[in-house]
Design a protein around this ligand. Structure first.
Ligand code: CUA
Length: 167
């Protein structure tokens, strides 16, 4: 007959297996069924160059309300330091770093990404229709002694017509 200790061993093994299966199932559920995946794509600067993607920092309006924003994240600033978008519907951000790991978070929104040196982090943001005014953009990875100085500003301007129509 099994000793009392052995029974407890089996119970603990079962509990551990249950926790692992539960966590894996939860990740699979959110990833596949709910579509919650990393929103960000990453490719190297070299791949960007080969694909003909311009990495000139700045804002380009490529269609009505469709923007491409390229940001150079470096110790200890973002270039450009201020981004102004008029009635944005869809914004493709390309953020890259040449020195160390940085982060980019638009405070008060769901945007929060990591920028690895040598890589372009690309993601699409559809700002909520009621997003308006000034947003603080912060570096969220400790990148050196000036990390706390690394911030920028995002301004979303809404025309009254869109506010009335879009709600
Ligand atoms: Cu860049 Cu912290």
């Amino acid at each position: 007959m099994e000793s009392r200790e052995a029974v407890f061993e089996y119970i603990w093994i079962l509990l551990i297996v249950a926790v692992i299966v539960g966590l894996s199932a939860s990740m699979a559920y959110y990833g596949f069924a709910r579509g919650l995946n990393p929103t960000c794509e990453a490719y190297t600067l070299e791949e960007a160059r080969k694909a003909g993607i311009s990495l000139e920092p700045g804002v380009r309006e490529v269609g009505p309300g469709i923007y491409e924003v390229t940001i150079d994240a470096r110790q200890f600033t973002f270039i450009p330091r201020e981004v102004v978008l008029k009635d944005p519907n869809r914004v493709t951000f390309r953020v890259y770093s040449l020195d160390v790991i940085h982060g980019l978070s638009i405070v008060g929104t769901s945007v929060n990404i990591m920028v690895l040196p040598g890589y372009v982090a690309e993601f699409v943001w559809e700002p909520p229709k009621n997003a308006k005014g000034e947003f603080l953009v912060l570096c969220t990875e400790y990148c050196g002694i000036g990390h706390q100085l690394m911030y920028a500003k995002l301004v979303i301007e809404r025309s009254s017509a869109q506010m009335a129509g879009g709600g």
